[in-house]
Design a protein around this ligand. Structure first.
Ligand SMILES: Nc1ncnc2c1ncn2[C@@H]1O[C@H](COP(=O)(O)OP(=O)(O)OP(=O)(O)O)[C@@H](O)[C@H]1O
Length: 243
């Protein structure tokens, strides 16, 4: 469902963040991306939905090269790709339900999205998504009144509302304590297993990656230096990624 061909990311014409990466990810995979700070994890993830444009290479989503699409065509592809950020990316002063409804905007005409006009079906989907992350009772609270873990669950609900085929998550637990991180990872696991949504997740914490991700990709200086199962990731291979 997802193929990266020779992806290279170059910032300001000189910083080589991703160096000729080739990857294939099948529907329903749970992939963890690990590597030292600056190894290119974030840049790689962001090229998949073109938050960062690759300098070279192709991103194929269901065999369509998204790098060649116009903005309106891209809008339709982006509906199928959810993105979860480290800092939650919520509208603090809005309610939880209004934040989750943002996930429906990709399905609205520009007129309806500007005026925030949502149908009963949109509200139904938003409340279902909140139920899936165990936050129904917080629906009408303001987002800035939630804990970090709850905010990240709202962000996941927002993404689920989009009905994505794939969720990309960029360090989604690095601001959270150990037990809240596990809760969030459990939600990603549930979404992956119950809905067959592909998950690609950048993680600082190798132990979390090994516990949750069936496949691990190790990046070093923008190159893939490991691509295999969590079980095969022995200490000497980890050293090669991090040292
Ligand atoms: N917008 C940018 N402009 C210029 N250089 C950038 C930009 N974003 C990232 N870089 C550089 O690209 C390289 C890869 O950064 P990236 O953020 O992708 O790595 P990372 O593995 O996600 O790091 P971290 O774990 O610290 O978030 C680094 O050298 C970084 O300084």
């Amino acid at each position: 469902m997802l193929k990266l061909e020779n992806i290279t990311v170059l910032y300001d014409g000189k910083v080589l963040a991703v160096d000729n990466v080739n990857l294939e990810v099948k529907q329903g995979e749970f992939v963890g991306i690990i590597g030292s700070s600056g190894s290119g994890k974030s840049s790689l993830l962001k090229t998949i939905n073109l938050l960062v444009r690759p300098y070279k290479g192709k991103v194929l989503v269901d065999n369509v090269d998204v790098t060649g699409l116009s903005n309106s065509q891209l809008r339709s592809i982006r509906k199928s790709i959810g993105f979860v950020f480290q800092d939650y990316n919520l509208i603090d002063r809005s309610t939880v339900i209004d934040n989750v409804l943002v996930g429906r905007l990709g399905y609205k005409s520009s007129f309806k999205s500007i005026f925030g006009i949502f149908s009963d079906e949109d509200y139904e989907r938003a409340s279902t998504a909140l139920r899936q992350v165990g936050l129904s009772e917080k629906m009408f609270e303001r987002a800035d009144q939630l804990s970090g873990g709850q905010k990240q669950r709202v962000a996941i609900a927002k993404t689920l509302c989009q009905r994505p085929k794939i969720i990309l998550a960029d360090e989604p637990v690095s601001s959270l304590d150990v037990s809240t991180s596990q809760t969030i990872m459990d939600y990603f696991k549930k979404v992956n297993e119950k809905k067959n949504i592909t998950i690609m997740i950048n993680l600082h914490d190798v132990n979390l990656a090994k516990k949750y991700c069936r496949r691990i990709i190790g990046l070093k200086n923008g190159k893939v230096v490991y691509d295999g199962s969590a079980g095969d990731l022995r200490d000497e291979l980890l050293e090669a990624i991090y040292l």
